[in-house]
Design a protein around this ligand. Structure first.
Ligand SMILES: Cc1cc2nc3c(=O)[nH]c(=O)nc-3n(C[C@H](O)[C@H](O)[C@H](O)COP(=O)(O)OP(=O)(O)OC[C@H]3O[C@@H](n4cnc5c(N)ncnc54)[C@H](O)[C@@H]3O)c2cc1C
Length: 379
């Protein structure tokens, strides 16, 4: 134990009973919809829930050896699966456990198995007074998926805390350790996202052991906490404030609230090159008026990031906007979340996504790109 942090994980119960992974999996009728936060997607041809890193690696190596298609499944919170389902092997990453090692000088290394529930891990670090992950509270899904799209929220990205990941390199079948530099992390992306290259088995984070949060960078969060940007606060206060802000936006899972039956933000914030920015700003001004301030943030040399939510709303799609038959809508709490109202299909969801993407393009000439991974479907 360090700071009360248990060495073994005790997250929420797994959705499926774990059994040793056989070499050849029998055909399955496992529907993927209940394993995704959108509750959408047809069946998997073959399905295995792998409860140890060895089982995950064995299941993926076996399927690769048979040249089968493989879908790695974590919490299903960033996946849009086709109504027809997936005609290969789905491997649900369900290995559990974590440990803490002191690095000295108030720093610790937290090593977590990929199948742990992300928010349960964040909660335990906060309870133990470890600082770093608190602004990433309330994000659904598994630990192993966090480096895949470099999850981020409230001014923090997981890449800022990552030390290394252990992964199965599917080309060689070897288990390797990759440093954070080798992951090619960017805004909601990495060298792993949308590829078949590797399966994350274990993740290492460097955290601070002092009861204080990382410096608060996000304006809205600093305002709620009543501190200036750049200040640190007790780590539990930061988590509570983040969870409160996220709940107000429908960004904390709640089975009774259809505004949370989503993948979170459906589109990434668009990056516009400086050479195109004048024309885009001109279109925006002619639609919303020249004096309306346009949210715009630096995005590296020669580029700016615009707010996808702001553009969607100004293009005429308000919160609660209804897609086909009202079965899918924009969340009533957040313009960027496309939600299943209970009896939607993936086709419905993609129809709404196309309408919004095209509406924003026609209005402002800006291309929106989906944030989730689309499995056997496209917009
Ligand atoms: C309500 C809501 C709010 C959200 N808020 C945020 C947010 O604030 N910030 C943010 O960044 N994201 C957010 N998301 C998106 C999502 O929660 C994250 O992307 C999360 O990390 C996905 O984890 P998962 O385990 O559910 O991945 P899955 O959806 O199961 O998988 C996503 C992708 O990662 C791959 N993958 C999963 N596990 C592994 C592994 N171990 N090794 C290799 N590949 C793997 C899958 O094959 C797939 O391609 C939100 C989603 C919802 C529903």
């Amino acid at each position: 134990m360090i700071g009360g942090y248990p060495l073994a994980g005790h997250g929420p119960a797994l959705p499926l009973a774990l059994v040793p992974v056989p070499d050849v999996l029998p055909p399955s009728t496992q529907r993927l919809a209940p394993l995704t936060t959108l509750r959408l997607g047809g069946p998997a041809a073959r399905f295995v829930a792998a409860g140890s890193a060895e089982d995950v690696a064995a299941a993926v190596r076996a399927a690769d050896g048979r040249d089968e298609r493989v879908l790695i499944l974590g919490g299903g919170s960033n996946l849009v699966v086709a109504d027809e389902g997936f005609d290969g092997t789905v491997v649900q990453v369900a290995n559990r456990g974590s440990k803490i090692d002191s690095l000295g000088e108030g720093r610790v290394a937290l090593t977590v198995e990929a199948g742990e529930d992300w928010d349960a891990v964040v909660c335990r670090t906060v309870e133990a007074g470890l600082g770093g992950l608190e602004c990433l509270s309330g994000i659904p899904g598994s630990v192993g998926a966090t480096p895949v799209q470099n999850v981020g929220a409230y001014g923090v990205e997981v890449g800022q805390l990552l030390m290394s990941v252990d992964l199965l390199d599917r080309a060689s079948g070897e288990i390797r350790t990759l440093s954070v530099e080798e992951l090619g992390l960017g805004y909601r992306t990495s060298v792993l996202k949308g590829t078949e290259r590797a399966v994350v088995l274990r993740v290492r984070f460097e955290l601070a052991d002092g009861g204080l949060s990382a410096p608060i960078r996000y304006t809205e969060l600093a305002r709620v906490l009543g501190v200036r940007q750049g200040k640190q606060v007790p780590v539990d206060l930061a988590r509570a404030a983040v969870l409160e802000l996220r709940r107000g936006k429908g960004m904390v899972l709640d089975v009774d609230d259809h505004d949370t039956w989503s993948v979170g933000s459906f589109f990434t914030n668009p990056i516009v090159l400086d050479r195109d920015l004048g024309a885009v700003r001109g279109r925006i001004a002619s639609r919303v008026g020249p004096d309306v301030p346009v949210p715009q943030y630096p995005a590296g040399p020669g580029a700016s990031k615009l707010s996808a939510a702001w553009l969607i709303e100004r293009a005429g799609f308000a919160k609660g906007y209804r897609g086909p038959g009202g079965r899918v809508t924009l969340s009533g709490k957040h313009t960027l979340a496309l939600t299943n109202r209970g009896d939607a299909t993936t086709t419905d969801l993609l129809t709404l996504a196309r309408e919004i993407r095209d509406g924003v393009h026609v209005a402002f000439g800006v291309d929106l790109h989906p944030e989730p991974v689309l499995i056997d479907c496209t917009i």
